[in-house]
Design a protein around this ligand. Structure first.
Ligand SMILES: Cc1cc2nc3c(=O)[nH]c(=O)nc-3n(C[C@H](O)[C@H](O)[C@H](O)COP(=O)(O)OP(=O)(O)OC[C@H]3O[C@@H](n4cnc5c(N)ncnc54)[C@H](O)[C@@H]3O)c2cc1C
Length: 295
């Protein structure tokens, strides 16, 4: 399949990229890793007259720690880079695990976190991980700049709170407090190169190694038109001692937050069962990591 005709732009500064976006507006598509946009262009779903590559814009591929308070991840950082980054693996574990489960090695080497978030697919790997880490997205246009919490960024399948003249520049994460642990589990029909049938990210904070849960966040993907936070399940966990029974209750509550569909990847009933099972597993893994927390 051939790509439709378009004019190609390769800005070398952020200012130039933003100026092009502002001038070309709805006629242009940003190209990051290209693993989504080029497929859609080949399938003639997207037919932009201009393509703006951001590959040569400096800084977008940087992972920058902010003292001990957090980390700023450029929108052009690839899944492969996130999966192997030591700080991300240790302190922002759901993000590293989600990155390691996206596609296969060749895709991970190109696919960026920015492209995955802007694409806003309900089954994508990065959104639930970013949601439990309460990520803040920095969007820039030629004349403006704004910060948008990832919890609220997704409006529907393929629809996110970003305008055609805006660029997602970076994603900010606060370091979770001491005695926190996180996890990400994904179910697909195959082990690799598979879009999720259900995916779950969890972040749990304990009072101490053997103390009760003081905070919990759970995000579910592929279970509704957008990824969702399971707020009722989170509330149920707070103040309680972690146990299999508690995780089971949280899993059952999580099912109530979802409206999964039946499609070629799985039936609605199967997805509901899996939400319960995966939520339980994600919580168990997050608590294990929280108990092993080291300064
Ligand atoms: C074989 C295959 C397997 C896949 N497996 C998975 C999987 O397991 N899990 C999963 O979640 N996804 C999967 N995908 C989808 C895709 O790889 C991911 O969504 C990827 O993260 C997209 O990133 P990208 O850099 O390639 O985005 P691109 O294709 O370059 O862009 C995607 C969209 O985002 C826009 N965009 C990109 N960057 C920015 C920015 N900084 N600011 C504003 N707009 C921007 C583009 O204009 C476009 O609309 C798969 C794709 C393929 C082809």
């Amino acid at each position: 399949m051939l790509l439709p005709k378009f004019e190609y732009h390769e800005p070398t500064t952020l200012e130039e990229a933003l100026r092009l976006l502002s001038e070309l507006g709805g006629n242009a598509k940003v190209l990051a890793g290209g693993t989504d946009v080029l497929v859609r262009m080949k399938q003639k779903i997207d037919k932009p007259s201009h393509v703006i590559s951001i590959a040569r814009v400096p800084g977008l591929d940087a992972i920058t720690p902010r003292d001990r308070h957090g980390v700023t991840v450029g929108s052009g950082v690839t899944a492969a880079d996130l999966a192997r980054h030591e700080l991300i693996r240790d302190r922002f574990t759901p993000l590293a695990l989600a990155a390691g489960r996206l596609g296969a090695p060749m895709i991970r080497n190109r696919a960026t976190i920015g492209g995955n978030l802007v694409n806003a697919r309900p089954a994508a790997d990065f959104p639930p991980a970013c949601m439990v880490l309460n990520a803040i997205l920095k969007l820039k246009s030629a004349h403006d700049e704004r910060e948008v919490p990832v919890n609220g960024f997704f409006r529907g399948p393929g629809d996110a709170l970003i305008e055609p003249h805006e660029l997602l520049v970076s994603i900010n994460f606060e370091t979770p407090p001491p005695w926190s642990g996180g996890s990400y589990v994904k179910l697909g029909a195959r082990k690799t190169l598979e879009i999720s049938m259900v995916n779950v990210a969890a972040l749990v904070t304990l009072e101490s190694a053997d103390g009760p849960i003081t905070a919990a966040r759970i995000a579910l993907g592929a279970v509704a038109p957008t990824p969702v936070r399971a707020y009722a399940a989170e509330e149920l966990l707070v103040g309680k001692q972690p146990s299999e029974e508690l995780f089971q209750q949280a899993g059952e509550t999580g099912v109530g937050m979802c409206s999964p569909i039946t499609d070629h990847r799985g039936t609605m009933e199967y997805r509901c069962m899996m939400i319960e099972v995966l939520t339980k597993r994600a919580l168990r893994l997050a608590v294990e990591q929280a108990r092993a927390w080291r300064p």
